[in-house]
Design a protein around this ligand. Sequence first.
Ligand code: ADP
Ligand code: MG
Length: 277
Amino acid sequence: PVPPQAPAAPGAPLDGADGRSLASLEAREVTAWFGDRKVLDRVSLTMPAGRITALIGPSGCGKSTFLRILNRMHELVPSAALAGEVLLDGDDLYDPQFKLTDARRAVGMVFQKPNPFPAMSIRENVLAGLKLTGTRASRSDKDDLVEQCLTRGGLWNEVKDRLDAPGGGLSGGQQQRLCIARSLAIRPKVLLMDEPCSALDPTSTRVIEETMKELAQEVTIVIVTHNMQQAARVSDQCAFFLAAHGTPGVIVEHGDTEAMFSRPRDQRTADYVHGRF
Ligand code: ADP
Ligand code: MG
């Protein structure tokens, strides 16, 4: 048993930098299957408001599956099944009362490979999510939103003079920051990132890490990374996933990042964070 990092006080919303309350996300006893193959077994994890949680562990242990469960993308796979709960500030995302569009709006996702709409302008890319979610905004509100999201995504200064240029013309790192800006436009409470830097060079990676740290003041962030230095640099807490010999993924250890790297409690964690497997 691991003493988890103190979760955000229940019922006491923290104030984010933009004046909105920050939300915590909690997975309770999440079990996932593809067909009859169980890939996650009773995974519980609290992802505190305004913190960065890193999910680490070898490939195939269920990190991406877990992440996709957090914004109801898992159910897009026809063979997928799920048990357990995911609570956003205490409300179960899987409760029939919780609309799918609200769940996806509240919990945004950034993928490994930057995927802006290549032919669409930078500005239209940022605004694309509004269309999908049916959010209306006036022209000047849109201009403000574009500037605000690109600023928060750490890209504004580089693109402010060419907002009508196609998103596909940006460098890989810039494209990923454009994707972050696009996610932010629908004002998510949580941002999920699945290996957001693994297709990028080290310089772009550092820029995105800095952007993430800034963003954590207004959104709760969950990042999957197999880069241990990155987990150590950006995250407040870490969860170490492991699946072994055909058994489904579980969290072997979780807690404060600093403590987990300097004093891992489980030998398997120690071996993993020190690159021994
Ligand atoms: P990780 O992100 O840690 O590498 P994943 O969540 O992608 O792990 O995968 C966990 C397990 O689930 C793996 O064994 C993988 O092969 C399986 N899996 C992932 N996606 C699917 C899918 N769409 N259909 C069937 N099996 C899948
Ligand atoms: Mg993965």
